[in-house]
Every structure is written in C-alpha cells, then in structure tokens.
Write a protein that binds this ligand. Structure first.
Ligand code: NAD
Length: 518
C-alpha cells in the first residue's frame, strides 16, 4: 500500500486534494516512457524543442491569473510573489533560450595544437537521457519547470518530482497537457521522499535537486551507488553588507525586500545584515519602520496585489523560525517584531534580531522565514570575514557608492552570486549561471552552462585518415625516441622561434612515420 498525501491550503487549512503515492510499477512505467521519449527528443532539432517551450510560454501567459491562484493555494505566498517568482521567471527563461539555445548547443570548434597538425577538434553537445528534477515547496513552479526546461532544451526527457508539501496537482500536470507540450517530454510524478528515492534507483541519466542540505546529502549518497551525476541547489544564509557610503534608503529598501519577499522563504533571501558602525542605528530604525509597514495575512485578508507577504508554507518551517528567534531572545539578543506573533496563525511577523552572537542559530543556520539579523562592523576586512563566517555560500549583496570597493569585496565573498547595490537580482538574469559554493550546492544552471550541464560534452577529433600511422604509434625505435627528445626541447618554446625550430623536426617526424609505416 502506498502512502497518501493530504494537501491543504497553508493559509486556510482547507483540504485541497488527496494523493496516493505511485506504486513501484507506475514509477517504472514512467521511466520507460521517458526512455522512449529520449529517442524522439534527441533527434529533434533545437528549434523544434524550442517550439514545444513556446507552447508552454503561450499557455503560461494566457492562464497566468489562474495559475497564480493555484500557486497561492498550494504555497500560501502572496499573488505578486507567485506572479514574479514563479511565472515570470519561467517565461523569462524560455525567452532567453529561444534566442540563445541554438548557438549554445551547436557543435563548437576548438583549437588543435601544432603537434596535431592536419586534425580538427570540436565539442558536440549531445543529450544525456532521462533527467530527474526533484524540487522544493518555496517556488513550486519555478524550481520544477526552470531546470526541467533547461534539460529538455538540451535534448532530454524529464521527470519532475515536486515537493510533497506543494505537489501542484492540477497545475504542473495541467500546464504540460493543456499547453500541448510534447507528450512525455516532461512528466510529473507526485510523491514524497520515498518516491524520489525509488526514482533515483531507476537510474536517470542525471539528477537535478533543489532543496535542503540534508536532502542534498542523502541524494548524493544514493546517486553515488549508481554513479549518477547530481546537481545540487541547496540552502543559504545570505549576507547583505552595507558600507557607510551606500545609498542608505536604497540599501534599507533592498534589505526589506531581500529579507521578506516570498515570506523570506527563498534560498537567496537576505538573512544576515552587516552594517557599518556609523550608520547602524539609523539603518535599524529605518528597517523597523519599513518592516512594520508591510501587510501579512495576519493584518490583511484581501490580496489582489495589495498583500506584501504570505504565510509560512509548512508547519515545520514555521517552527524553525519561531525556535531560532525565541532561542536568540533567550540567549540575550534583542528581538523586534512588527507585531506579536498570533497564536494558531501560520503567518510569522516580520522580525529583526540584533545583538546576536555567531553561535546563535538565527545567525548561523538557515532561517528560511521573515526574520533577519543585523550586526555592526568597522572595517572592510571585518565585513568580509563576518559575511564568510557561514557554512553556506549561495548569494550575497554589497552596498556602496564606491564600485571599485564593491568589486573588491565581491571577489572575496565566498558565494556563487553577488549583487552590487541590489539584492537577489543576479538570479533574475538567465544569462548568468546560478548555484552555490560550500554547503549551498554543487554545479550551476541557467546561462550557457545551464544547457551544457544537461549534455554529454563529447570531444571529437577528426583526421582525414590519409597517413598510414602516427609518430606516437608503434613501432617504438631508438631513432624515434631521439626525435621525441628533440620535440620535447622545441615544441613548448612558443612564438616564432619555437615554430621555426619545430618545423624541421616536424618534417623529420613525417618522413620517419612514412618510412616506418610502409
Ligand atoms: P527538502 O530537501 O526537504 O526537499 C526537497 C525535495 O526533495 C522534495 O521534493 C522532497 O520530497 C525531496 N527529497 C528530500 N529528501 C529526499 C531523498 N532522500 N531522496 C529523494 N528525494 C528527497 O527541502 P525543502 O524543505 O522542500 O526545501 C527547502 C530548502 O530548499 C531550503 O533549504 C532552501 O534554501 C532550498 N532551496 C534552494 C534553492 C536553490 O536554488 N539553491 C532554491 C529553492 C530552495
């Protein structure tokens, strides 16, 4: 008997639907369909794959408001976050690759060294086969569809296993079928962790995982048994560094949005603010004013674009945020909240924590909710050290009018992404690769690498085949060895001198090959 998932609306508690997890037989059939689709998709020209994505694009645009309503019911976010964070992002990705994918995926000629004269070298970007995308609940459409589309455009069929907290039944599946997207090009399997584990054991060609560090480690361990390549997009504890010369109003506004959009449930949410000593008090006061002015489901019932934040999507995440904040307060931190947390509510108030110490969970563990810490610093070096004092390395931001300083600091921050005088914007440009360092993940997607990562990068070397043999082939002779010694002396000199010295050795090598391979 497989497990049942009861999906409720996190804001209202209403049951939306119940799901039965698939049987092992159903999962095997899904993988078989993906393998059959692989044979079709790999032979489709890139433009034909993009035509399929265009169908999706048209559907997403035409049904945006319906889809927003569905995402809000699944996740509890506000409509603006659903439209921008989930729908806009998918449309933007498709539009980017419509323009760039044909070039990114075409054969790429690379230089051939003089010693291999007469040969040609190139890279073919070939599909891998079925790709498994395992996604989280915070951006349930975006984190499912964007990697799936990258994999599909690169020529692979995809199986998406969305989070059991936001299965998106009737949304993800509907988008794919009603848009007329290629059948079995992207399939969706609803289920939890065990369903994910069973899918891994069916040996997809690649796994693209977005989720927690704990989940990422488990997936990496299981995938290692089959040597399946894995890409991991994991959590973060992103720093926001504000120097004394920053545009303060912009930095405060950026911190507010960076900390609270998507209810702070973003992998690249700003969670730790480091503010120069000289502007620290003003910054915190402005932050309080702006946090206090935002609406949440506790303070406003209607949305229609007027709501600033949603509720927490899962009870366990609400618990993590509450526990971190309470523990910080108990350990001597100062906690400011926009309002007193409401008993029984799934919404958590915008929260600022100051006077934290590095060991407090609120300062060193991912919070993934609407709470931010603010810590003063005195020097550039101290700011960098504080920002890097974390096991995570996903995104970050630096706020200063001195762009040379910003560049210098950006170079030293241990993160996959840095925004200068901006927040969460680098991931808004599909041309830029996205991913983390340290415990924030392995690999990158989006940009050029976003398609190449789903390819078998095949190295191809072509010789016309006129000569009977090559110098380095058998037979090995003392004469050949002497020639190799000369080659080692001159081949790596470089420049015109190197070329002039190599030419007679090359001619000698040519005649020796002819003589020995008759
Ligand atoms: P999670 O790791 O609990 O689950 C993510 C997905 O993995 C779910 O679909 C789940 O069913 C599946 N899963 C978990 N363990 C598994 C296993 N052992 N085998 C197979 N499948 C398994 O994470 P979550 O709570 O859903 O998501 C929140 C986390 O995701 C946060 O840490 C957040 O920072 C991170 N996240 C990262 C990015 C990014 O791009 N780096 C984006 C969004 C969210």
């Amino acid at each position: 008997m497989t497990a049942t998932i009861v999906k409720t609306n996190p804001r209202t508690g209403e049951t939306l639907y119940t799901l039965q997890e698939p049987t092992p037989e159903a999962l095997a059939a899904t993988m078989e369909r993906a393998c059959a689709a692989a044979a079709v998709i790999k032979n489709m020209p890139v433009e034909a794959r993009l035509d399929e994505c265009r169908k999706l694009k048209r559907y997403l645009i035409a049904h945006k408001e319906d889809l927003v309503a569905g995402i809000v019911a699944e996740n509890g976010k506000c409509v603006t976050d659903a439209l921008i964070g989930d729908i806009f992002t998918c449309l933007d990705l498709i539009t980017h690759y419509e323009k760039h994918a044909p070039k990114i995926l075409q054969d790429e000629a690379v230089p051939t060294p003089t010693l291999l004269m007469g040969k040609k070298s190139k890279i073919m970007y070939c599909p891998l086969g079925p790709v498994l995308v395992i996604s989280p609940w915070n951006y349930p459409l975006n984190t499912s569809l964007t990697p799936a589309l990258c994999a599909f455009i690169a020529g692979n069929p995809v199986i998406i296993k969305p989070s059991e907290w936001t299965p998106m039944r009737g949304i993800l599946d509907r988008v794919l079928t009603e848009s007329g997207f290629l059948k079995d090009g992207i399939q969706v399997v609803f289920g939890g962790r065990e369903t994910g584990q069973q899918l891994i054991d069916l040996r997809p060609a690649k796994i693209f995982f977005t989720g927690s560090v704990r989940g990422g480690k488990a997936i990496l361990t299981q995938a290692a048994q089959h040597l399946i390549p894995v890409e991991l997009e994991l959590g973060g504890k992103d720093p926001l560094i504000v120097f004394e010369d920053a545009n303060l109003e912009r930095a405060v506004n950026g911190a507010v949005w960076g900390a609270l959009n998507n209810t702070g449930q973003g992998c690249t949410s700003a969670e730790r603010c480091f503010v120069h000593d000289s502007i620290f008090d003003t910054f915190v006061e402005r932050l309080k004013e702006k946090f206090g002015a935002l609406s949440t489901p506790d303070t406003k019932t209607e949305d229609g674009g007027a709501l600033d934040m949603g509720c927490m999507t899962t009870p366990f995440q609400l618990d993590i945020v509450r526990t971190q904040v309470d523990a910080a307060r108990a350990a001597g931190a100062t906690v400011w909240q926009a309002y007193e947390p409401k008993q029984g509510s799934t919404t958590y108030p915008p929260t600022i924590v100051t006077k934290v110490t590095p060991g407090m969970a609120a300062q060193c563990e991912e919070t993934f909710g609407p709470a931010i810490t603010v810590v003063p610093f005195k020097t550039e070096a101290e700011a960098i050290a504080l920002a890097n004092d974390t096991p995570y390395g996903l995104s970050s931001s630096v706020w200063t009018r001195d762009l040379a300083k910003a560049d210098r600091v950006a170079r030293q921050i241990e993160a996959g992404n840095v925004c200068i005088n901006d927040v969460m914007s680098s991931e808004g440009n599909t041309a830029l690769p996205f991913g983390g360092v340290k415990q924030s993940g392995i690999g990158r997607y989006k940009g050029v690498v976003g398609l190449h990562t789903f390819c078998n990068m095949k190295s191809v070397m072509t010789d016309k085949g006129a000569k009977n043999a090559e110098l380095n082939w058998y037979p090995y002779t003392p004469e050949k060895y002497q020639l190799f010694l000369k080659i080692v002396d001159v081949a790596f000199l470089g420049g015109l001198t190197g070329l002039l010295k190599l030419a007679p050795v090359g001619m000698k090598a040519d005649s020796l090959v002819k003589k020995l391979s008759k």
